[in-house]
Design a protein around this ligand. Sequence first.
Ligand code: AMP
Ligand code: ZN
Length: 115
Amino acid sequence: MSNSSEDCIFCKIVKKEIPSKIIFENDDCIAFNDIKPASPTHILVIPKKHYKNLIEVNDKELLGNLLLTAKEVALKHGLTDGFRTVINTGDNGGQTVYHIHVHVLGGRFHKWPPG
Ligand code: AMP
Ligand code: ZN
């Protein structure tokens, strides 16, 4: 498993090679604003280490850290009325960037089921 992928846009964000609005960072993960927000608050939480998607990750600690970070970031952004967390996996899951990420969506009501 590589630590980063040469042509991965999120690895470039981790390495600060392309700009992003980073709102949280620790040793394992970063959170930044989605470039095309689907909700008033739309944050992406990603591990610094490159994994294509959920199918590739078996590290319980990493997955736990990602979810806990998503929750903390959501609450820090005032989403105390609730929020939507989403992990799109693979083509049928609607994944477009192949570096695992958790979407944190808030600031409006989110319907279920999604499209
Ligand atoms: P997904 O479709 O689940 O793979 O989500 C990928 C997300 O990454 C989309 O919501 C995009 O808007 C977002 N995105 C793509 N490029 C960037 C970027 N350079 N900075 C921030 N968000 C991005
Ligand atoms: Zn990557």
